[in-house]
Design a protein. Structure first.
Length: 494
């Protein structure tokens, strides 16, 4: 089992390509060996010059050691444990080797060259044998959205008998300009995903690994549900929890829970539906998060807003969408979590310059007044209020509607009546464990009318997502407009 990582020195760079050795914490001038529980890992450099450097990780797998300690009573005890592709094809064994042998690089640390750890490098990764039953298309769909140029070549079952056709193994070549830590996290997560199995028992700690190594890219990946299922080897309890946590990181609710009741084992990326929809509809619906952001965006444009606050912006999903609209001249994201803001800031930096220069992110608690938030045309509280303790909700109302007092406030929150349409969501349960409450449409209307009357806003309501005749839409949205807006405009005209 082999993977090679090559780095080409950019034109004009002062550092040699052999500095890849600093990032990997492995000296290019010598071969190193690392004992693994299932065999031996070797690190060597077949090429090491100032212009180009290649590091190779070679695994020698002992099939007997893989099954040592397993009894005849275990479900997977069979001849297949001894006669298989594990010594040759990239799998979770390679992922584990990457984490143990290249651990500092995987976590983005480099004591001797810290600035290089944060630098995007011209990388080429080659894997001679990757199991992927879906063929080259699957490899393209999981790696390409991450910035890789993918060359996936099917390997024949037997070169001597071309009429037998291709096997389900690929020769995979990835080229791109990325940080080394990003490249390694992609391999760590996606190699077991393409393989579809793991060599060790999975528990809840595996969810933490997925979120940790998928940080910064998995939440926005178009195939994240398929990746999550395959990484967790279709263990529905783990997948449910992982998708719920991923949905929260992307300012979503875990509406996708219903889709997991079906068996997608034989299907590939892009096959699952993410929003409950009528049975007669054969088309894949957009996720509720996409519909929600679009509804908020439309409301802002309808009200003529140009300077907007995204209060509780999280990792910046809405910021990225609003940044693409030239009608919005200033967009400010506010969140209490520095961890979330760092991710949001990193995503904003990747935008084109004309978009990024109009977006700023800053830390702030929404239950405290902040004079710097006054004077904006609109503020958005998208899936925020349900995370606030009931005893602190009035403080948020005063900080946003009273102190900041934007011309428009857009609020979205789950409609608890719709929860009965989600398979697997127990009666009375919330969509996410961090929700302090979830309101019916009547409860939300009562709250909105009270807040509007207290702070001088008119309010209208709009459903978001497919609307059910009995229980309404999954998300409910209120658009507050300050009643003195028209008076102010009349005074200005006079």
């Amino acid at each position: 089992m082999l993977v090679t990582i090559s780095c080409t020195r950019p034109v004009g760079a002062e550092w040699p390509a052999t500095d890849l050795g600093y990032l990997l914490h492995k000296n290019p001038s010598r071969r190193q060996t690392f004992e693994q529980s299932y065999g031996v890992a070797h690190v060597l450099y077949p090429e090491a010059s100032d212009e180009r450097c290649t590091a190779a990780l070679l695994l020698e797998i002992d099939p007997v050691r893989l099954v040592r300690g397993k009894s005849k009573g275990t479900p997977d005890f069979s001849l297949g444990q001894y006669v298989n592709d594990r010594p040759y094809a990239a799998s979770s064994l390679l992922s584990v080797a990457i984490s143990t042998v290249f651990g500092t690089a995987l976590h983005g640390r480099c004591a001797q060259r810290p600035e290089l750890a944060g630098t995007a490098l011209d990388l080429r990764i080659e894997l001679p044998a990757v199991p992927c039953k879906g063929g080259p298309e699957y490899a393209e769909r999981v790696f390409a959205p991450l910035g890789w140029t993918v060359a996936a070549t099917p390997l024949p079952l037997d070169p001597a008998f071309p009429e037998w056709g291709d096997s389900h193994y690929l020769r995979l070549e990835l080229t791109g300009v990325l940080r080394l830590a990003e490249a390694l996290t992609h391999l760590y997560v996606l190699l077991p995903v393409l393989d579809g199995s793991k060599h060790y028992w999975l528990d809840t700690a595996e969810i933490d690994k997925l979120l940790r190594f998928g940080e910064g890219w998995l939440t926005a990946h178009p195939e994240r549900e398929w990746i999550t299922r395959r990484y967790l080897t279709r263990r529905h309890t783990l997948v449910r929890t992982a998708l719920a946590r991923l949905a929260e990181l992307d300012d979503q609710d875990p509406e996708e829970l219903g889709a997991l009741e079906h068996d997608y084992d034989d299907e590939g990326p892009g096959t699952e539906t993410t929003v409950p929809q009528p049975v007669e509809s054969g088309e894949r619906a957009p996720s509720l998060a996409v519909l929600r952001r679009a509804a908020v965006h439309r409301a802002l444009l309808t009200e003529g807003a140009s300077r907007v606050l995204d209060l509780g912006c999280g990792q910046g999903a809405l910021l990225l969408e609003l940044a693409a609209d030239r009608a919005l001249t200033e967009i400010v994201g506010v969140d209490v979590s520095m961890r979330e803001l760092k991710i949001a800031a990193r995503r904003v930096r990747r935008l084109p310059e004309w978009q990024a220069r109009r977006v700023t992110v800053r830390q702030g608690a929404l239950t405290y007044t902040d004079a710097s938030l006054r004077g904006y045309d609109a503020a958005v509280l998208m899936e925020v209020i349900e995370h606030v303790d009931a005893t602190r909700l009035k403080a948020l109302e005063q900080a946003v509607f009273g102190a900041a007092a934007p011309g428009t406030v857009v609020v979205t929150t789950p409609n608890s009546e719709f929860n009965v349409r989600y398979d697997g969501l127990d009666a009375g349960a919330f969509r996410h464990s961090d929700h302090r409450f979830e309101w019916t449409r009547a409860e939300f209307a009562d709250w909105a009318h009270r807040v509007g009357a207290t702070h001088g806003y008119a309010v209208r309501f709009e459903p978001v997502g497919p609307e059910d005749a009995e229980v309404g839409a999954s998300t409910q949205m209120a658009v507050f407009t300050r009643k003195n807006n028209d008076d102010d405009a009349a005074k200005g005209a006079a």
